[in-house]
Design a protein around this ligand. Structure first.
Ligand code: SAM
Length: 289
């Protein structure tokens, strides 16, 4: 292994990935979290929050295309989109690819992090914050959902992990999902990143149970993210549209009509997502806290 300093990415409470650290570009504590911007061998520029990799230059497209496009494609005309979290600007970048989108509001709790991302993560956000359709609101996502009067076609929850730091935990609760329905248009649809079902089966199980108590149509899928050391799970939910009813041909047609270019996601991948089993691990040490 390369003689560089090793950085250990916690995969679960007992498993870590060892990676070769090339350079530290920034290491600060904001009001809410420990933010590190580093260069990692074979992964490039990387954002780490409270010791957990959030995205790397090399493989973030797998996560962000899988998070954003299935829910966006499932809605027939997503003009108004809300992203809660996503302070690195990558989910915003993917949403803006859909030329049907008229407005994207990104609500993140940490304004210092967003400023850091604007400066250090251009290679990832590619200027998405400056798109005239983008509006950034610095606020706790739970508070925003409670206090805002806006409604959305699509809501994307791109938060820190449900098994991660406390600041996002409340946004995986039944109470939050219930309040979220009043921020959706009647046929609105949501997606949330939901950590990992294999290493955190109880935490993941609680999240999907909370979603199922609020939405009638719930679909689960995942994508392997090499820098996470696991497949990241996603949950799509709606009371109107079922992503599993879209064929690969309809998905590819909607991508074409909206001029959306992707590196990973397409109609075949969408159909694969909708047929994936959820992986659990009976040896897991995850206790649902
Ligand atoms: N898991 C995603 C990934 O791996 O790419 C996370 C990406 S994004 C960096 C996670 C964002 O959630 C951060 O910008 C963080 O500030 C934000 N966040 C955490 N708790 C939040 C809250 N309560 N309200 C709004 N944003 C929050």
């Amino acid at each position: 292994m390369n003689s560089n300093i090793l950085v250990f990415e916690p995969v679960s409470r007992t498993v870590s990935l060892a990676m070769s650290l090339k350079k530290v570009l920034l290491d600060v504590k904001t009001k809410y979290q420990h933010v590190q911007i580093v260069e990692i061998e074979e992964f490039g520029r990387t954002l780490i929050l409270d010791g957990l990799i959030q995205c790397t230059e090399a493989d973030e497209y797998l996560y962000h295309e899988s998070l954003v496009h299935p829910v966006m494609i499932t809605h027939p005309k997503p003009k108004k989109v809300l992203i809660v979290g996503g302070g690195d600007g990558a989910a915003l970048r993917e949403v803006l690819k859909h030329d049907v989108v008229e407005e994207v509001v990104l609500v993140d709790i940490d304004g210092e992090l967003v400023d850091i991302a604007r400066k250090y993560l251009e290679v990832i956000h590619k200027g998405s914050f400056n798109d005239p359709r983008s509006r950034v609101v610095i606020m706790d996502g739970f508070k925003y959902i409670e206090e805002s009067n806006d409604r959305y076609d699509v809501v994307i929850l791109d938060l820190t992990d449900p098994h991660g730091p406390e600041i996002a935990k409340a946004l995986y609760s039944k109470e939050f999902y219930s309040k979220l329905t009043s921020r959706l248009y009647g046929d609105g649809i949501i997606v949330t990143q939901s950590g990992n079902s294999f290493f955190f089966p109880n935490t993941y199980g609680r999240t999907v149970s909370n979603v199922r108590q609020v939405f009638s149509i719930v679909r689960e899928y995942s994508v392997w993210v090499p820098s996470f050391g696991y497949a990241c799970n996603f949950i799509i939910a709606s009371n109107s549209y079922d992503p599993a009813r879209l064929s690969r041909y309809e998905v590819d047609e909607r991508l074409r009509v909206r001029n959306v270019s992707t590196s990973y996601y397409n109609g075949e991948v969408h159909e694969m997502f909708m047929r994936m089993p959820v992986l659990y691990n009976r040896f897991s040490v995850d206790v649902d806290r």
